[in-house]
Every structure is written in structure tokens, then in C-alpha cells.
Design a binder for this molecule. Sequence first.
Ligand SMILES: NC(=O)C1=CN([C@@H]2O[C@H](COP(=O)(O)OP(=O)(O)OC[C@H]3O[C@@H](n4cnc5c(N)ncnc54)[C@H](OP(=O)(O)O)[C@@H]3O)[C@@H](O)[C@H]2O)C=CC1
Ligand SMILES: CC(C)(CO)C(=O)C(=O)O
Length: 298
Amino acid sequence: MRIGIVGGGAIGLLTAAYLSKQHHVTVYTNRKEQAQWLMSEGLKLVRNGEQETIFVQAKPLQERMDEEEILFIAVKQYHLPTLFDQFAHLLRSRTIVFLQNGMAHIDQLRDLPHDHIILAVVEHGALKQNDTTVIHTGIGQTKWSVWKGKGTDFQQLANDEIDHFSFQYCENWEEMVVKKLLANVLINPLTALLNVRNGQLVERSEYNEAMKLLFEEVTSVLQVTDKQAMWNYIMHICEKTAHNRSSMLRDIEEGRKTEIDAILKYIIDRAQKQRMAAPISQFLYYAVKGKEQEGEAR
Ligand SMILES: NC(=O)C1=CN([C@@H]2O[C@H](COP(=O)(O)OP(=O)(O)OC[C@H]3O[C@@H](n4cnc5c(N)ncnc54)[C@H](OP(=O)(O)O)[C@@H]3O)[C@@H](O)[C@H]2O)C=CC1
Ligand SMILES: CC(C)(CO)C(=O)C(=O)O
């Protein structure tokens, strides 16, 4: 299959590396240099300390796109409006797949003309070391569900057996996305503030206690019924990605904008609509926002 991936960050490079094993993959980058380096040096995938080099096609997004059967969008949620405004040629592919954390992107999909729109949640840990190297720090899976149209093309891709990179279909997209949202609400802001890897939230009992307080608050805002199953899911993600530095921690380290609005602000807004107090979420929200500003001022 011909597959396009927009965004050469941690998740874009990870997806490109694995899918290239069986498909013709093109990475569409933001910067021209990154595309040039990927073409000349190849894409390096590191897993368990071992490195392999994979040859992929890469082009800056400003250039004409090929017509791919499946196009993955692997940019941050806040990049999406610019992407849709500036790159009308994105709209040519048949099936478009969104990998963003949080819920904020879903409303933005309503105006897209695509016949087939897939939502996916990535449960892998991935660290981008440089423009041509990605470290697979935690082997999870990618869950997917159909948001609009049919999932026939995607199903074909998901059926491939690629070692360390499997897909799992979910019937109910909302359930799938909300579960992952909760994992990100619990993991990302705490790791970003405490400056720890995901596994530390389980291993250090004090951090785990802090996490439980936040968990009680957000599960009551979202009216989660099976709290035990949800807690087990979140602990499972922490353990699977124990060595990862969360995407929010990486954003803070790199002085970039975080996805806190798509993740924690969503909970705060939900609480406000229901006239519920959510002081821990608010505290964390402002703390991460402050860190973000510190980075911008650097
Ligand atoms: N990292 C992780 O472990 C996980 C991340 N996710 C989710 O996956 C999504 C992607 O995250 P991640 O890969 O970590 O993010 P990164 O910040 O590593 O990568 C984002 C990439 O998008 C590129 N980009 C920005 N604007 C454009 C544009 N207009 N055209 C083309 N490329 C563009 C950036 O380019 P440039 O380098 O030039 O800025 C960058 O390479 C996020 O929504 C995140 O929540 C989900 C699960 C795990
Ligand atoms: C899966 C996890 C928690 C991996 O760190 C993630 O989604 C992220 O970092 O944004």
C-alpha cells in the first residue's frame, strides 16, 4: 500500500519505520532539511539498544503530495488548524488517520471532505533523538476505530503482522479515545512537572498516591463507572512505556507548546459545565502552562 505520514516527530518516525517494512511510505516533514537528511541517511530505529536503518521516502509538505491510500496525521493537535488551512492537497488521500492524544481534535474533523476518517490512539512510547532517529522506548499497540465512512483500507493495513507494531480494532471510538484521554490526563502533566519517566509514577509510591488523587477527581468528572478497570488500564500503559519520557515532558524539555489544552483543559471545561470543582486539574493545568511560558522565554 502507499502510505503517507505527515509529521516527522516521535510518532511519525516510529510509524514510518515499522510500516516501511511492508509498505511504500513517504514522510511529509515540516522542514526541508529533515526530509533531505531522511533521504540521505535513512531512518534509524532503535529498540532494546539495537539500531536498524530503514530507507523511506521523505518530502517537505510544501511540495506536491503523492496520492496515498492512507494518510496518517502525526502532528500535535494544535498544528492541525494550520495544516488544514495551508495544505489543501492533504485532502486528496482516501483514508485519513488521526493519532492525536486528547479530544480537542475531534470537533475539527467535522469539516473535512474525506470519505473515510479513522481515529487511532498510540499506546507505544517513542522518543525522537534527532531528525533521523527514533527510539522505541515502550512496545504497546495502536488501537483504531472508524469515525466516518468505512475502515476497509485501514483494516487491510491493520491485518499485517509487523513485529512490535500491532493494531487493535475498537468498535466504539468514543470509549477508545476517552480511555486514552484519561491515561494522558494522569501521565502527561505529572511526568512533565515532576520531570520523571512514565514508570516512576508506578514505582515511586508517593507519585502513585498523587496520581490516585487526580484519578478520583477526573473519573468523577467523566462519570467513569468501572474505575478499577480504568485504573488498571492506566497502570498498564505506565508499565508498558515505563522508560518513555511522555510527549508533554519532551515538549517542556524542548521549550515547545504542550497539548495541555487538548488534554487537561478538556476535563476542566467538562467539570465547569457540570458545576463541579476540579481543583487538582486546575492546579496542574496552571503549573504546566507556567512551565510552558518559561520555555518560551528561554
Ligand atoms: N511521543 C509519544 O510517546 C506519543 C505521542 N502521541 C501523540 O502523537 C502526536 C504526535 O506527537 P509526537 O510525535 O510526540 O510530537 P513531536 O512534537 O515529536 O512531532 C510533531 C511533528 O510535527 C511536525 N509538524 C508540525 N507542523 C507541521 C506541518 N505543518 N507539516 C508537517 N509537519 C509538521 C513537527 O515538525 P518540526 O520538527 O519541524 O517542529 C514535528 O516533527 C501528538 O498528538 C501526541 O499527543 C501519542 C502517543 C505517544
Ligand atoms: C502513551 C504515552 C503515555 C507514552 O508516553 C503517551 O501517549 C504520550 O507520551 O503522550
